[in-house]
Design a protein around this ligand. Structure first.
Ligand code: HXC
Ligand code: NAP
Length: 293
């Protein structure tokens, strides 16, 4: 099976304009590349304009598409409004907002300063809110027929997770916003969906979540029933589907793409996987023996 193959037909996103926050690196860059290959115009934004310019030039060369780098710290509403204005100036319209920008690091919560906690909440929750509000108001004011918001969350948005509490808190808020607006803004032709990825190695995430030799000590692939981490193209395939017209009836959904990782952690008896095959005869006999007494 080739899970790195590209899924959608050529030109599946032709004519669409897509904004990817945090599009200069990692998963945002991978999704942007595929959107360009499928014919979309894509604006990528983050705090680091030089990085964005390099990424945009590289992706334009690779795909022949049109990629616009825009500096924007999503924490600041005026910068988000400016990003929207720049996109409209360049492309005339915008169809998709992909809230992908994030900040995160591992830490015992009691070690965090109030400012550290705020930093993550501000990037993830306030940043997604800022972009959603600015783009939503624009779409509603201009009576655009159809548009889409896609939010990248995590599986711990609903389970919670120790040691990344600000991120879990913020992602839970983004998930609530996704589902709430799926209903409230459907009447304006705005769909809201989310993707919850499991482990997809990126430099940004691994440097902050698995620093030093933690990556070897806590091999993420071992936590996944399918025994591997995700490939960036697998996520890009799902994202392209969810922003395309093929998913026109998908609204308010959060699609998990984690090889079964979070459920493995949740099921009460999942640990029994560690029992060797040959022990099951003995265990069965022990259970049956009790029944007969
Ligand atoms: C404790 C820390 C800290 C750490 C920063 N701080 N790192 N506290 N432990 N490791 C504190 C600082 O001391 C400061 O508080 C406050 O946080 C803000 O730090 P700054 O460096 O000034 O913030 P800023 O420059 O805005 O950078 C934001 C950042 C940084 C989040 C800290 O890491 C960043 O730019 N990240 C962007 C990319 C990213 O995080 N990618 C990973 C996404 S992975 P004081 O009180 O001292 O002022 C993800 C999903 C993971 O989200 C799921 C995987 C399976
Ligand atoms: P990444 O490369 O570090 O991506 C995060 C991006 O956010 C960076 O491009 C960063 O760019 C941008 N960003 C950070 N703060 C910003 C701000 N204030 N304003 C604008 N942009 C900002 O890490 P990634 O792994 O690709 O993560 C992408 C998304 O996937 C995130 O939402 C993350 O939570 C999610 N996710 C990842 C994994 C995984 O395994 N990798 C798993 C679950 C969920 P600048 O630094 O240039 O601003």
């Amino acid at each position: 099976m080739d899970f790195t193959a590209k899924m959608l037909r050529d030109d599946a996103l032709k004519g669409k304009t897509i904004v990817v926050t945090g599009g200069g690196s990692g998963l945002g860059k991978a999704m942007t590349k595929y959107f360009l290959e499928l014919g979309a115009n894509v604006a990528i934004s983050s705090r680091d304009l030089e990085k964005l310019k390099t990424t945009a030039a590289e992706l334009e060369t690779q795909t022949g598409g049109n990629c616009l780098p825009i500096q924007c710290d999503v924490r600041n509403y005026d910068e988000v409004e400016n990003m929207l204005a720049e996109v409209l100036k360049a492309f005339g319209k915008v169809d998709v907002l992909l809230n992908n920008a994030a900040g995160n690091f591992i830490s015992p919560t009691e070690r965090l300063s109030a400012h550290a906690f705020d930093t993550i909440i501000d990037i993830v929750l306030k940043g997604s809110k800022n972009c959603t509000l600015a783009f939503g108001k624009h779409w509603i004011d201009t009576k655009q027929e159809s548009s889409t918001i896609l939010n990248i969350v995590t599986t711990y948005a609903w389970t919670g997770s120790a040691y990344v509490v600000p991120s879990a808190t913020a992602k839970a808020g983004v998930l609530a916003m996704t589902r709430s607006l799926a209903v409230e803004w459907a009447k304006y032709g705005i769909r809201s969906n989310a993707i919850a990825p499991g482990p997809f190695p990126t430099k940004g995430a691994w440097d902050r979540l698995l620093p030093g030799d933690l990556a070897e000590k806590f091999d993420m692939a071992k936590k996944v029933p399918l025994k591997r981490v995700g490939d960036h193209q697998e996520l890009a395939n799902l994202a392209a589907y969810l922003v395309s017209d093929f998913s026109a009836y998908v609204n308010g959904e959060v699609v998990t793409i984690d090889g079964g990782e979070w459920l493995k952690g949740a099921g009460q008896f999942n640990l029994l996987e560690e029992i060797p095959e040959e022990m099951w005869d003995m265990l069965e006999a022990m259970i049956k023996a009790k029944k007969n007494k």
